[in-house]
Write a protein that binds this ligand. Sequence first.
Ligand code: ARG
Ligand code: ZN
Length: 866
Amino acid sequence: MLDMQSATPPPPIIHREDYRPPDWLVPDIALDFRLDPGKTLVSARLKVVRNGDHAEPLRLDGEGLKLIEVKRDGVALESGVWRLEDDRLVVPIDADEAEISTLVEIEPEKNSQLMGLYASGGILCTQCEAQGFRRITFFPDRPDVLSRYSVLMEADQASYPVLLANGDCIESGEGVEGRHWARWEDPWPKPCYLFALVAGDLAANRDSFVTMSGKTVDLAIWVREADIPKTGHAMAALKDSMAWDERVYGREYDLSQFNIVAVSDFNFGAMENKSLNIFNSRYILADAETATDMDFDAIAGVVAHEYFHNWSGNRVTCRDWFQLSLKEGFTVFRDQSFSADQGSAAVARIGDVRTLRAAQFPEDAGPLAHPVRPESYIEISNFYTATVYNKGAELIRMMHTILGEEGFRKGSDLYFERHDGEAATCEAFVQAMEDATGADLAQFRLWYAQSGTPKVTAKLAHDAGAARAVLTLEQTMPPTPGQSEKQPMAIPLKTALLGKESGTPLARERLVMLTEARQDVVFDDVAETPILSINRNFTAPVVMDAEKDPATLAFLSAHDDDPFARYEAMQQLMVETIIDAVSGRAADHAPVIEAVRKTLADADLDKAFVAEAVLLPSESFVGDQMLIVDPEAIHQAREALRRDLGSRLEADWRAAYAASSGNAFEYSPAAKALRRLRTVALGYIAASGADDAAKLAFGQFESADNMTDRQGALGVLANGGAPERVAALDIFYNRYRDEALVLDKWFTVQAFATRDDTAAAVEELAQHPDFTIENPNRLRALVGAFGANQRAFHLASGRGYAFLADYILKADAINPQTAARLLPPLGRWRRFDEGRGTMMRAELERILAAPGLSKDVYEQASKSLA
Ligand code: ARG
Ligand code: ZN
């Protein structure tokens, strides 16, 4: 029986296997925008062509559009001829080709979802990926419909002196009543998610780039006039990216202009719209005073990412949204490789793996786990995940490892050549890699289909008499939602053996392909007792259990010739030491202290590497290693180890601090490394409990000539209880209250603090006049950061859970996409004790019961409870 009181029916689930080619193609579209923040008129003229033999009418997606008129071949249609089916406009067409025109009205100023055409700080801009174009006009909003665009924009000249769209500006002029117009044409057919326009009062940092075939490209980064001095780094990164893609992939830019626009309200990092990238301002604006080294690096990475999409995403796009990793995984791999080429490759790799472990491993181990190529979704925006992006990049990297640099390049050349101008699939990419090299990637394809992180155990046995070592590998795949049975994966593991006495390599590094559930690998000519070094440089995204004792880990942390493996051994040693304490076993800090001391003292090591290697794993990473997370015990154990490291090595930290201080700001790998080490050392000095620590930190805070040192010192102070803490927070606030991106840091530093009162402080900060849930950066800076502070968020009282749920609901009414991205911490309830788990579930249920919930939050909350 139907219960008339029941909530709205659950939204439909879209399945990958239901993919069908489009009924109608749209080779050409002409758009005409009468821009106004209150009411914008959009008229669209579509040339439509029947695709295949069928009698289906034309169906155009639309969302929140006020439809004024529909024409077919120039003739206005009565409203009985066309109809609205849900949100779609359905128009019958007898011929195989027709011209369909619509006129709609939209309200950019009221668009708080930041999807479609919206206003940000007086600028009108668009975000169409994944399904925002339907909020601008009626269109088959799917990535396999590619069209040539001609765009006429018309707007008030005083408020919107700059008018930008994709392609080239072919004409412009003045209109009546202070209005002006511009016509842009993009010769490259593209899916509508790559459409963009911008109108605003913007200034440009202009430059140019000469491509490998000698064509000059005009480059411009558009920002508010006052921000022009902060665009130099992004421009340099853009030019480096253009040269890098030519050198490494043979890919050249294909238009005479490339524009980037920075806006302050943006759901994501940035967007690769053809020749008109639109960025969250945090990934463009930087100078020494306001941006940290990490910000500078992130800017270069995102600028490169979006630029690289011109080939991996735009020239070859995705057939459907299940193939999202085709462009995102590949492009993340490309931006990671670019960043690795800019400085220390080892440190870059450590960063990639840290991100993967912090964001993707928990996702893969929780209720929102999904394959890199998902099978179904309710809301595609929920699938712009660490799995699709970062695990997807690991898949591409594994193919690169298996095929080698040259084989991989042959494969990518073939892929681009074969699919240029097409909407392709993940399968097409793998197929090109096989066809170009003759490799067999049949089993490897499982990486796209099976979710969950493989677990690999490794046991090494040595027969000294026979001078032979046998490595026994076993793999298991955990069950994940919808996938209880799994097949063994093809796992590439770079492996070497080191001599236990000599510390030198006994067997040259080799690539072991683990393809069976259990497999033996034999190493001959191994006389000396060997120590295993496996998954070097993290060749495979797996959890590795090599059953190493503390002494072996300490040995590897000092001797492994693979820097990543060295870092990994140290991390493992630290994790195990903390877990021992959490589990009530006597924790011996000595091996960690000794390993850190040696690393600090090793003059041959890159300082950037040292700074990463001596850092303790995060509380959440330790939690991820435990069946049931005890956030308080983890915090106490980790702090105890920090204190011990601080006091036992105090002289070493002070020496490192002194040696890395006193340099004037410079943005170079060497100077960055010293700054990183400086603040890491400062943190340990503070952890030691030294009386002068707060004074030292405050001194660094005040005298800093750059944001890295200033924020580093503020972070150290914010974790403590010294009077300098309040002073520094106040000074920081007053100095930067008009710099939105820096103020975000002020919120984040407090939300991340390890203090006992962090949850209360965050609740109070949510009442601060500068806090707003309407700006995604600000919302993430406070609420998002809080959700990532394991101990504060999981306070036993449950106030953290209630706070997060409140803000998810508040944000959902404004911006569902950004609200849904705050939810995952609540979904981890299975990993906590009964008391916490019950409270977390109750908050998820409260969210689900809320009237008018978006599909976005509905999907995340319902899956988290299932
Ligand atoms: N393609 C963009 C990028 O990775 C991200 C777009 C995200 N949009 C979304 N609705 N989830 O560069
Ligand atoms: Zn991307």
